[in-house]
Design a protein around this ligand. Structure first.
Ligand SMILES: [Mg+2]
Length: 389
């Protein structure tokens, strides 16, 4: 049976949530991120800020150089998590098969729901209107017969719109787009393809498998051709069945400053922790993944004495794993994964006293921040080291 996959991605999510409290900042260059003095990084940028070259995972100092008038807001993660929970709950009313990809992004399998929701385009437009009405936030939605094409359709829909790709139209939809829209095509593959005169997805299908294989190997060529034709049969996988919860970030520019890498790794760990808590799960194993500028990729993982969903345990474990394996060379991608997942309740009574204290601390900090604002409490571990002279 054919699938219908919906991909939902909030636009400039953290910034959009902040604009609910700061309507006067609409249309301005706004970003959420850590301060330049504390060697912070940008977590999200408004579209007007992006026009200046500001983007996420960029050091705030660089962002302020590119956009001196940038309005920088400190992150309020408890607020974003609350919005995320409302979003995921809303999506759960549309389909029981929801796969969250990050705090503001999810796939839904809506196959066979036409009797309830109408044809896919109507479903997507209604979902768009409901998210506006209930969350008052901009969102982009892609609909297609598979995850690969639905996600690219969302990118084409941005900002704040819906894009539907009909079954059978996948290759035609992808053909004029740059090769970088495809999963797994980074700058290095794009450069190899450019050598073959391949700039668009359509060029990939025209250049021929033999010439692609000469650069990418037979397996690489076959995989790339499948994606270029818009073929993908990966199922939408609900989080409860997921084998891991992970977050990763690719930098626009390679980084080697430990302060920046640590700030990004702790951000990713916080996101993994909040997704674990939202799903009511804990992780027994924590993993990190990192990629050097030359694309060599490493991963390391370790099993904890007790399962956890605490940001700090995840972050410090990830940092220890990373620093134990990193050669000091520039990094282009960092990722954090929670693995060997279990349900939180079943394991709660097994927690060591120290973990329980940490958990209570996490929740107490969340509660104080909810009442008195994000700067009311700062944990030492999330403060980047002061700049060196
Ligand atoms: Mg988004």
């Amino acid at each position: 049976m054919s699938r219908t996959v919906v991909h939902v991605d909030m636009d400039a999510f953290f910034v959009s949530v902040e604009l609910l409290d700061h309507p006067e900042l609409h249309g301005k260059a706004v970003a959420v991120g850590g301060s330049a003095e504390q060697r912070g990084v940008i977590s999200a940028a408004s579209y007007p800020a992006r026009a200046f070259g500001v983007h996420s995972a960029q050091p705030t100092r660089t962002a302020l150089q590119r956009c001196p008038g940038l309005i920088l807001l400190p992150p309020r993660h408890d607020l974003y998590e609350a919005c995320s929970r409302r979003l995921m709950a809303l999506l759960g009313t549309v389909s029981p098969v929801v796969e969250p990809l990050s705090i503001d992004e999810a796939f839904l399998d809506v196959s066979g729901t036409e009797a309830v929701h109408g044809p896919p385009e109507q479903l997507a437009r209604r979902l768009h209107a409901r998210i506006h009405a209930e969350l008052r936030l901009p969102v982009s939605i892609g609909v297609a017969a598979n995850k690969l094409v639905a996600k690219i359709a969302t990118e084409q829909a941005k900002p704040d719109n819906v894009r539907l790709v009909l079954a059978g139209q996948e290759a035609a939809f992808l053909a004029p787009l740059p090769v970088r829209v495809l999963w797994g095509v980074g700058p290095r593959t794009a450069a190899l393809l450019a050598d073959l005169g391949v700039a668009t997805v359509g060029d990939i299908t025209r250049v021929g498998e033999g010439r692609l294989a000469s650069r990418l190997g037979p397996r690489g060529a076959e995989d790339l051709l499948r994606r270029a034709r818009g073929l993908d049969d990966a199922p939408v996988q609900p989080e409860r069945e997921a084998r891991q919860i992970s977050q990763e970030s690719t930098f626009a520019r390679d980084h080697r400053q430990p302060e920046v890498l640590r700030a990004v790794l702790l951000e990713l760990s916080d996101a993994v922790g909040s997704r674990l808590r939202a799903a009511g799960m804990t992780a027994r194993t924590i993993g990190v993944k990192f990629r050097y500028a030359d694309f060599t990729t490493f991963s390391r993982q370790t099993t904890l004495p007790n399962p956890t969903d605490a940001n700090r345990a995840i972050g410090e474990t990830a940092w220890t794993l990373f620093t134990g394996a990193w050669s000091g060379r520039p990094i282009r991608l960092l990722g954090v994964a929670a693995q060997q997942l279990g349900t939180a309740n079943a394991q709660l009574d097994l927690f060591a006293a120290a973990d329980e204290r940490q958990q209570r601390l996490d929740r107490a900090v969340d509660a104080v921040r909810r009442r008195f604002g994000p700067d009311a409490v700062q944990r030492g571990s999330t403060l980047p080291r002061p700049p060196r002279a």
